[in-house]
Design a protein around this ligand. Structure first.
Ligand code: HEM
Length: 151
């Protein structure tokens, strides 16, 4: 059972953090180089809409499996790096909610209205928060894997 929970947990982490790496370092720069806003912003809105829906599911899986793993061991006796993972994971979730609930709808509205300056601004707001979550996610993975070395 524990192995299955770790599998679900890591599958969610891979979709979320791996997806951010792909969107930020590979998709966005090439789309910016090759496409004018008229084509780039609808493409990004479409891709991100599908990605964010998958991330919402991944987050549910990460939190549910993470809490089950943690409670299984007793919350109070959990090592520091598990508590760190929980608080960082919740912070990343709040940031994701701002991206998906506030900034992404702005991008969609701008695309629907063909308002490319507003779309560019919305896209840049999404990018900034994605970079923060990418850094927090990388830190969380590092702490999850290296934390046991300290105990
Ligand atoms: C949000 C609440 C979260 C909770 C409660 C939680 C809790 C846990 C627990 C209890 C384990 C099992 C550790 C073990 O058996 O040694 C685990 C594993 C792991 N978690 Fe989380 N986690 C959360 C979020 C995250 C996030 C956001 C990430 C990365 C972005 C992450 C990355 C990992 C990794 C890489 C492992 C594997 C560690 C190993 O096998 O040694 N977790 N998590």
């Amino acid at each position: 059972m524990r192995q299955l929970l770790v599998f679900i947990h890591l599958a969610g982490v891979i979709v979320w953090v791996g997806g951010m790496v792909f969107a930020h370092f590979f998709l966005r720069p090439v789309a910016t180089d090759l496409l004018p806003p008229l084509q780039r912003l609808p493409l990004m809105a479409g891709v991100l809409g599908r990605f964010f829906a998958a991330v919402a599911l991944a987050i549910a899986a990460i939190i549910a499996s993470g809490l089950m793993l943690m409670l299984d061991n007793g919350f109070a006796g959990a090592p520091w790096h598990w508590h760190f993972m929980l608080s960082n994971g919740l912070l990343m979730t709040v940031i994701f909610m701002i991206i998906y609930g506030i900034r992404y709808p702005r991008l969609k509205q701008a695309v629907a209205a063909a308002d490319w300056p507003a779309g560019g601004a919305a896209m840049s707001g999404i990018r900034q928060l994605v970079v923060i979550n990418l850094l927090l996610g990388t830190l969380t993975i590092a702490v999850a894997l290296l934390g046991p070395l300290t105990s």
